[in-house]
Ligand binder design. Structure first.
Ligand code: BTN
Length: 241
């Protein structure tokens, strides 16, 4: 099993596969990419719908006792994926939505990241709509190929860029903590005041304007009454004016 990226023709879910492989010594730095995924999973129990030619890939971050908090990896993954797409398609306006969705300029979803804890660390699973945008019931999706400069892009090329950028950000996070990651996220994420709606795990909905990230990457929402809320987990949507 040599090489930085192992490609399989089809699997149910690369995250599920990596859960088993992590127990039998899968090393940090290696990626598993599937050309087709039949049972992909997204955040919050949603399915991750597949279209032919899209990218489905997972890797393992092996956590050590001196590593910063594992929850930081949500932002690390988002920043690495954003940088990979920007370097692959410099003319395409691509941005981050908290915590780590990648969006086209019109807000349509291009990519998402699912983090899952395992005994040795964290599985980071990334789905990128390279060739096709699945039909989603509750949100718009877009594919890289329809964006400026995206005509010739394919999943293998995006995978190489993603593995590169993830391999660059991981040691930086270990050495310098979340701060440089947070700064890169802020440069690629919501504009100050952008209207958001966060649905929290307990069912509450918080509406307001983007007011920054906390020291651990928490979302800060400025409320219309002048107060603010710190959001640790939830499903964030953009509110159109
Ligand atoms: C999201 O809901 O935004 C996260 C989507 C994550 C999808 C990827 S595709 C590769 C990996 N395998 C899975 O089953 N899910 C992740």
């Amino acid at each position: 099993m040599g090489g930085r990226i192992l490609v399989v023709a089809e699997t149910q879910s690369t995250n599920d596969d990596l859960r088993g492989l992590a127990e039998s010594g899968w090393p940090e730095g290696r990626w598993l990419r599937a050309e087709r995924q039949t049972g992909g999973r997204g955040r919050l129990g949603r399915p991750w719908l597949a279209a032919p030619g899209n990218l489905f890939a997972s890797t393992l971050v092996v956590l050590g006792p001196d590593d910063p908090p594992a929850t930081d990896l949500a932002l690390v993954g988002g920043v690495a994926a954003h940088e990979a797409l920007v370097r692959s398609m410099p003319d395409a306006p691509i941005r981050l939505k908290w915590p780590n969705d990648l969006l086209a300029a019109d807000g349509a979803k291009l990519a998402g990241i699912l983090l899952e804890r395992v005994a040795r660390g964290v599985i980071v699973g990334i789905g990128i709509n390279v060739a096709g945008a699945p039909d989603l019931p509750d949100r718009d999706a877009a594919a890289l190929r329809t964006l400026p400069g995206g005509a010739g892009i394919d999943a293998a090329r995006v995978m190489d860029a993603l593995a590169d950028r993830f391999a660059a950000w991981l040691p930086r996070w270990r050495a310098d903590g979340l701060e440089p990651v947070r700064a890169a996220w802020l440069a690629a994420g919501h504009c100050p005041g952008e209207r958001l709606e966060a649905r929290l795990p307990d069912g509450e909905t918080v509406r307001g304007g983007f007011a920054g990230l906390g020291p651990r990457g928490e979302l800060i929402v400025g409320l219309d009454d002048g107060g603010s809320r710190v959001i640790h987990a939830g499903d964030v949507g953009l509110v159109r004016g």
